[in-house]
Design a protein around this ligand. Structure first.
Ligand SMILES: [Zn+2]
Ligand SMILES: [Zn+2]
Length: 474
């Protein structure tokens, strides 16, 4: 029996062996929907399930429609004869990554004061849509199958979210906050990201109601808010069963957000104020089980990494993803990148960065992964693997870091039942990378295959089994 299964699996693999993984870097032009019970099998590679468990070697994952139906050692998992097979031999399979802090309206340009006016002068909404489409595709091709967008004008972001869900645009699955809620904010950033200023808690509650009614997936509580503001936002959001993510740095703000019942604490431990937070605050966060998303790598690490290797700014993949017009504008904005306003406090941030991250890793807090993807020089194509690498370098085990970016993030965003791990019943979001991310996190920068919702979106060949009859294959 065992041998029979092995032979069956092997035969399937041989049938597609001419197709090397990763040969097709572009997404399938017309991704064949796997709906209606269509079967897909990823066979041969090491499997990281998203749990903090040892890897499964020489594994197989079977997908039917958009769901995972089996996963385990390939000697034990039967590959259906009618499945499309993707050979993952010599590679690593893991759950699609989840980004809990991205911004589709930006894609690494150096300055908001010039980026948003440039968009307005080059097509306005049409250009904004184009930018978001590029960002969404970059994320997906980087293995990020789900992204929480934490700040964008309402209509455009909901529109791209829905178009991606309908399959009209190839991109990461988006959960969107729409405009963030803040007090006393101004300038190009506030305008470009569509920020809403409030001046009373009542107003904070009303804006939350309005956003929830418009169909946002969550609320972002941005800068300058009081304890009562947070309370009003949380109350309104929870009535609509959506979560609140707070943008907080200073101890007092973190304390307010925590006690007001904010669901996710963003940015804590990165830059801003001098680490560490008080023991009491960390203990209260840990005991409350409140998730933190440090967003460590942007600025503090990205700046230094760029100083060491400025060539990263001219990555030909960026040129290809952006197209000539946007690429030229981004290049122009980064000419003297070390002088940019965004990096003004980076000297201080680099001094604080290790203590900032380690205080949470060592505390046992629930930690997700988010990157502020799209901010200056923080490209969607690489932000998440950089963030994971920083956490591992700061002492987080690779297993925990990968779990954070997959299963734990899924729980944080309220999708723990559907996403984040490779096991029967979950939605089939799976990536295949070249190398062993348990040994070297940068293996996550070599994403060769992306399966989202049961559909091969990158690489793999998506080789269908031989049609059973002479019917024209379409
Ligand atoms: Zn933020
Ligand atoms: Zn942000």
């Amino acid at each position: 029996m065992r041998n029979a299964i092995r032979v069956l699996g092997l035969a399937s693999v041989v049938a597609v062996s001419w197709m090397t993984i990763g040969a097709a870097q572009e997404p399938a032009r017309q991704p064949a929907p796997a709906a209606g019970g269509k079967k897909l099998a990823l066979v041969g590679g090491m499997l990281l399930t998203g749990y903090e468990m040892p890897p499964i070697h020489h594994a197989a994952v079977i997908i039917e429609g958009n769901k995972i139906v089996a996963a385990g050692p390939s000697s034990e998992v039967k590959v259906p004869a009618d499945a499309t097979v993707v050979d993952t031999t010599g590679r690593t399979m893991l759950p699609g990554l989840i980004e809990t802090h991205g911004h589709l309206v930006v894609l690494g340009h150096g300055a908001y004061e010039t980026w948003f006016p440039w968009i307005a002068a080059h097509g306005g909404d049409a250009m904004l849509t184009k930018v978001m489409e590029i960002s969404a595709k970059q994320l997906l091709m980087a293995g990020v199958t789900t992204t929480v967008d934490l700040g964008a004008p309402l209509k455009p972001i909901l529109s791209i979210r829905d178009r991606i869900n309908k399959g009209e645009v190839i991109g990461t699955r988006v959960l969107a906050s729409g405009p963030w809620i803040s007090r006393g904010s101004g300038g190009a950033m506030q305008v470009g990201f569509g920020g809403l200023n409030i001046s009373t808690p009542q107003q904070a509650g009303q804006e939350t109601e309005r956003l929830a009614a418009a169909g946002v997936d969550l609320i972002k509580a941005h800068a300058g808010l009081t304890f009562d503001d947070y309370k009003a936002i949380v109350e309104a959001a929870h009535t609509h069963r959506i979560r609140v993510y707070a943008h907080v740095y200073a101890e007092q703000d973190v304390r307010h957000a925590l006690e007001a019942g904010v669901d996710v604490l963003q940015h804590v431990g990165s830059a801003g104020t001098a680490p560490p937070y008080s023991k009491e605050l960390i203990t209260d966060i840990v005991n409350a089980g409140r998730p933190v998303v440090v967003t460590a790598a942007h600025r503090a690490w990205v700046y230094q990494d760029t100083a060491a290797f400025p060539e990263r700014l001219q990555d030909p993949d960026l040129k290809k993803a952006f197209g000539p017009e946007i690429y030229a504008e981004v290049q122009d904005s980064l000419t003297n990148w070390w002088t940019l306003g965004y990096f003004q406090r980076t000297d201080r941030e680099m001094l604080y960065r290790e203590r900032g991250v380690k205080q949470f890793i060592e505390s046992g807090a629930v930690m997700g992964m988010g990157t502020d993807s799209g901010t200056p020089m923080n490209f969607h194509s690489e932000a998440l693997w950089r963030e994971i690498k920083v956490h591992v370098d700061m002492g987080m085990s690779p297993t925990r870091a990968i779990a954070a970016a997959t299963r734990v993030n899924a729980q944080i965003i309220g999708k723990g039942r559907e996403l984040g791990s490779i096991e029967p019943g979950k939605i089939a979001d799976i990536i295949v990378v070249n190398g062993n991310p348990m040994f070297d996190s940068t293996a996550l920068s070599h994403v060769e295959v992306v399966v989202k919702d049961g559909i091969v979106q990158k690489g793999g060949g998506a080789t269908a089994p031989r049609p059973p009859s002479t019917a024209s294959a379409k």
